[in-house]
Design a protein around this ligand. Sequence first.
Ligand code: NAD
Length: 407
Amino acid sequence: MTTARVSTSSGAGADGHTRRRLGIGLIGFGWLGQAHSRSMQRIRTLFPEREFDPELVICSDVVPARAEEAVGSFGYRRATEDWRAVVDDPEVDAVVIAAPNSLHVEVIEAAAEAGKDIFCEKPVGGTPADTARAERAARRAGAITGVGYNYRWAPLVRYAAELVREGKLGQVTNYRARFFSMYGSDPLGVLSWRYRREEGHGVTTDLLSHAVDLAHMLVGPIVRVVGSSKTFIPERPLHDPAAGTHYGRGRPGDPVGEVTNEDYAAMLCEFENGGRGTFETARTLIGPESQMAFDLYGSRGALGWNLERMNELRLCLATDERHSGYTTVFGGDRFPHHGRFAPGSANGIGFEDLIVIEDYEFCRSVLEGRSHRPGFEDALAAVSVQAALLESERSGCWEPVVSLRED
Ligand SMILES: NC(=O)c1ccc[n+]([C@@H]2O[C@H](COP(=O)([O-])OP(=O)(O)OC[C@H]3O[C@@H](n4cnc5c(N)ncnc54)[C@H](O)[C@@H]3O)[C@@H](O)[C@H]2O)c1
C-alpha cells in the first residue's frame, strides 16, 4: 500500500505531540496474543517520538475466560468469540493474528477483503500452500503485512547483519543454524494443535521458519536443499482447549492421541551466494531449552548468536593475528533499540522486548503507508524452502527451492 489507511487523529497529547490513533484488533489471546497486547501498550512509554498511539479495540478468543481477561485486565474495549467481528470492526485499522496456524489463511483473506492491514504470527498458515494463498490475498488487497519473525529485531542480530552488510566478515562461506526447543521434550506435553498434521506441519513450520528467515536476512536466498525429518514421541495426552498449548502438561494415565507431524527436521543447503549451510530443528531434545542459534563464517571473520544468551554476540575478526578466536560483545544501549529497555551496557533485554520493537516497527509502517519487512513476502520465501525440504524428504534427493508465489 502506498497511502496510509489510518485516518483518525487522537490530537495533541500532554507532551505536545500530535499522534494518530491506530486501532488494533487481535485474534487469539494465548501466549503470543497476550505478548502482543502488552507490547502495544508498552509502545506508549518506550517510544516517545512515535506519531501514533495504538488502541486496543477488540480481541477474539474461543475460550470465554480469555476474551473476558482481554477486556478486564488488558483494556480492550470489547471482546468476542467470533474472529469475524474483529475483521469487520470499523474502528480496527490493523488486525494482529496470534491464533493457531491452521486459522491464519482464512482470517487473512477476510481481513484483506475488509481493507485492513495485517500482522500475522509466523509461519503465516499451517502449510506452505496456505502461506502462498495468504500472501496472494494480502498482496492483491494492497495490505501492509508484518510477520512475527521477532528474532530479526534482537539488537545484536541487527548488529550482526550490519557487520555482514559492511563486509567486515568478508565473503560468507558457511552458515549453521539450529532451533532446539524443549517444549515437546516431555511425553506428557499435551497433544495441542501443534502436533496434528491436519492443523499444519510440525517443526518445519514452527521452528525452521524462524531459522530460515534469519538466514535469508543474514546471508541471502537458499536455492537448494536436502533434508530429513522424524517424529520421536508418537503419542501425547489429549488437550484441554482452555489450557496452554506450548508448555501444558497432562498426567500419567490420561487418554492419549497420535502425534501426526514432525518433531525434528534437518537440512543441508546451498545459498545463492555459493555458501553452504546446515539447519537442525527439534522440539523433543533434553538439554537445549530455547537454542534459536546461528553461526556464520566468512573469509575475514565469524560470529555466532544464541537466544539462550541473547545479550551476547560471539565475534571473531581476523584483522590481527595476535587476537585469534572469539571475543564476546555484550548487548547495550549502543545497539538498535536496546537503550529503550535498559541503559548502559550488559543490562540485558528479554524475549518480549523484541515483540515490542516488532510491533512498533509494524505500526510505523502502517502509519506511513509503506511496505514492511519482514512481511508476507518473507514468510513466502521461508515456506518455499520448507516445501523443498518436505519434497526432499519424500524424494530422498536434493531439491531446488521454487518460489510458491501465486499470481
Ligand atoms: N514469534 C514467536 O516467537 C512465537 C512463539 C510462540 C508462538 N508463535 C505463533 O503464535 C501463534 C499462536 O501461538 P501461541 O503459542 O500463542 O498459541 P496458544 O495456543 O497459546 O494461543 C492460541 C490462542 O488462540 C485461541 N483460538 C483458537 N481458535 C480460535 C479461533 N477460532 N478464534 C479466536 N481464537 C482462537 C486459543 O484459544 C488460544 O488462546 C502461532 O501462529 C505460533 O506459531 C510465535
